[in-house]
Design a protein around this ligand. Sequence first.
Ligand SMILES: *[C@@H]1O[C@H](CO)[C@@H](O)[C@H](O)[C@H]1NC(C)=O
Ligand SMILES: *[C@@H]1O[C@H](CO)[C@@H](O)[C@H](O)[C@H]1NC(C)=O
Ligand SMILES: *[C@@H]1O[C@H](CO)[C@@H](O)[C@H](O)[C@H]1NC(C)=O
Ligand SMILES: *[C@@H]1O[C@H](CO)[C@@H](O)[C@H](O)[C@H]1NC(C)=O
Ligand SMILES: *[C@@H]1O[C@H](CO)[C@@H](O)[C@H](O)[C@H]1NC(C)=O
Length: 950
Amino acid sequence: MPIKSVNEATPLLFPRLYICSFQNPFASTIYTSLCRLHIIFIIMFFSIMSGGSMHSGLVGLVCLAIASAICCSSVGSSNNIMCLESERHALLQFKQGLADESSDLASWKSEKDCCKWRGIACTNQTGHVITLDLSYSYYADSTKWRGEISPSLLELRYLNYLDLSYNHFEGIMIPKFIGSLSQLKELKLADANFSGPVPPQLGNLSNLHTLDLSRNKYISSENLEWLSHLSSLRYLNMSEVDLSKVVNWPQSLSKLTSLTELKLSWCNLPDVNLRSLSFINSSTSLQLLDLSGNSLNSSIFYWIANVSSNFVHIDLSWNKLEGGIPKGFQNLCSLESLTLWSNQLSENFEDSVKTLSCAENTLETVELGFNQFWGSLPDLKRFFKLRKLDLSNNQLNGSVPESVGQLSSLERLYLDGNSLSGVITEAHFLNLSRLQYLSLSGNRFSINLSSDWNPPFQLLWLDMSSCKMGPAFPKWILTQTKLTHLDLSNAGLSGSLPIQVWDLFSGLFDLDLSMNQIHGKLPNLSSTSLGNVNLSSNLFYGALPSFSPMLQSLYLSNNRFSGPLSSLCATQSPYLVYLDISKNLLSGELPNCWMQIQVLQVLNLGKNKLSGKIPSSLGNLQSIGILRLHDNNFSGELPSLENCTRLIMVDLGNNNLSGKIPTWIGQSLTNLAILRLRSNEFNGIIPFSLCTLAAIHVLDLSHNNISGGLPHCFNNISQSANDYIYYPSFLNLELVWKGIEIEFGKNLAGMRSIDMSSNYLVGEIPQCIASMTELISLNLSRNCLTGQLPENFGNMKMLESLDLSRNQISGKIPASFSRLNYLGVLDVSHNHLSGRIPLGTQLQGFDASAYMENLGLCGPPLPQSCPGDGTVQDDGIARGTKTVNDGLISLGFFISAVLGFVTGFWMVFGSLLLKTSWRCAYFGFLDNAKDWIYVKTVVYKAKVRRTLQR
Ligand SMILES: *[C@@H]1O[C@H](CO)[C@@H](O)[C@H](O)[C@H]1NC(C)=O
Ligand SMILES: *[C@@H]1O[C@H](CO)[C@@H](O)[C@H](O)[C@H]1NC(C)=O
Ligand SMILES: *[C@@H]1O[C@H](CO)[C@@H](O)[C@H](O)[C@H]1NC(C)=O
Ligand SMILES: *[C@@H]1O[C@H](CO)[C@@H](O)[C@H](O)[C@H]1NC(C)=O
Ligand SMILES: *[C@@H]1O[C@H](CO)[C@@H](O)[C@H](O)[C@H]1NC(C)=O
């Protein structure tokens, strides 16, 4: 920005001595001339006076210096003629509107000549303010302005440059009066937190050639009619302005015949109406077009092809483009960059390359990543200017032609995430001396580069995940000492790492060697600059070293690290966000240094041999979202985590933790989606507050010593069961699913499960349980539950797995059970249920064992037919045949009924005494006996009724 540099340079060139100040530019010019005469006069005077003596010559020089300093300073200021009082006043008023807390505009007071103020420039000749630049710059250490924009700016009639970008105007509207600053050539209000509609008055700025309203987030424009008056406009950036209502935007823009750069990214632009395009005149000026992030469909291609053939840069990424690169692009012969990232384009890539052949001498950047281009990679060496080629995440197959090694300008090559195969050799890199970024991961490449190969390049970024490289660590990588990112995960590496690795890559920030067979100990890594380290699923062993103080994420799971965790406290990285050392052999107690790691979000130390109490400093982790200490030997009570309010997952399963289930879990952890306390020694009752966990997806309290009843508040839980919970992609959780412990990964987000099995829960299953209509798995087995099943049980229609076995639940299976259409696993065995198993394809499909050991269940799939059915279903053989006693109230029936009662009663009572614990028997006995008698009576009555009806 030339104007600014003049303004800043002035004080350096000329001392800040302003003895002459004039309001009138003419007077100033006269003064300057006089001053120059004065200097000449002084020089002449001293030359005559000194008359050749050394001494007097020196005096002469000193005097001359002083005289010039005094005078020339005014000469300097006269070059930037003093500003006009009226404009100075207007600027001071403008300043008053701003909140100037940092005294950043100190010069705006102390300095009299407003042309010398920070951010101001005036014309040379007349002293009018022409530039007002108060844009914020992080590097210039300036202030982010807020407050008001005073209309006093209208006084600056000659203003042609106004820049208030990157400030924070707290959502005020763009002032209408700006449209009256008629001399404006450049107006920049980018990223300054303006909101509301764009004032159409801006359309009056007929001299404008640059307009930037981008990234204000909340500004919108309902039509762009005003824009079409700006016929001088060359640069227009309205990115992130909401233009969703501007249906005819192509027409409005087509009137801007001088436009060379157009940026309308993330504007919610509506799709182009093809019929309206016929009214568009081709403009030859447009060179840069950025319409990324607008969900546009492929009709936009017609507009582009009609609007200009001089395109140099086109960015249409993040849209909904389909098909191939349109034939109209054949005319684009000046194209330097084409970015179509993240669309749904699907074309044989060889055809795409043909379409672009007119640009083969100009194309430098081609970004087609995240589309569905298919076919093989053709010879690209005609595109000799290519610097960046991004074909990642498409469906390319076949091998990579060796000619790629002749693209000598290539700096970035991304081929990751395709189905490419074949052998990568040194020929592929023959002339790639400028290559800095190389990504080949996620293909099926075999790498055949000899270990003494000396690559022509120095990479910054190397990603060869899933390439076949091993078994030895490739030596040539050791020549790449500028690497900041190295990913060799799942590359078939084994053996140990070269010792130099840790010293050579002194700038390495990301290191991923996961999923190999690398073994060895880790040295002290505290003097490296490693920020992200992933060594999981290898054979590393020994003590944990300390890591760089830059550490952000550390994944060491599934190795054989042993010993204590104390080195973690020595690492002292204030940036640590992810820490996963699960599935190792760590032992000892957890150190108590967690208060140092304020930003930690994920802590997984599961499946180790850690023991002792969980330290209280864990409660200081204010950012923690995932806490997993499962499968260790932790004991004692839980410390309070009430301030860890961002927790979405707490997994403490399979330890020896004891005490009551803390009430703060429900009160404070309002975001909790997964609570897994299974297989511990928690006791006491289920606190009522657990029901306030509105986001809970998985609640596993099984295998503890919990007693008391089920809380009558499940309806609260169900409320937001549909809410989307964000799970980090790497998150896996072991859940007992349909009776087997399974590791859930991706599909965890859809899981809704409650498991309270193997405790000492008593009382009835509350009615409100049925309001959890999204529940997929419910396990209440092996408790002492009594009473009847809620009638509306079938409302939980998503249930796929239901286990109520080994309780003392009585009564009938409610008819609503037949609505459980997804049920794949059912177990109600070992209860006191009776009556007919409701008819429903699902319920009859289970094995009889799902219903066995109940008091009086009957009907299919059980072999016992229900009394009065007139059918027996003895393995289906006797289906439909009449029973002997059907239709007769015989003495035999009465006798057998009474006998049946007596024996049945005692059988039940006896079995209660023998089979279940005394606690259960105590709570369950009376209810069950009563129910049994009731059922038998009902059955008898039904029989009588049937007989009488005949
Ligand atoms: C000042 O005027 C001179 C001569 O007219 C010109 O060369 C110079 O670029 C001008 N400077 C500014 C900042 O306008
Ligand atoms: C400026 O624009 C507004 C609205 O577009 C219009 O009403 C007005 O006449 C224009 N001219 C001036 C000088 O404000
Ligand atoms: C297109 O160009 C023709 C001739 O130059 C002109 O008459 C017509 O108004 C233009 N159409 C638009 C929409 O600018
Ligand atoms: C220009 O637009 C018209 C009207 O939609 C269309 O028929 C034509 O194919 C377009 N031209 C090109 C080169 O795509
Ligand atoms: C939680 O935070 C509050 C307020 O800062 C504090 O008083 C309390 O002691 C903290 N609780 C724990 C367990 O750290």
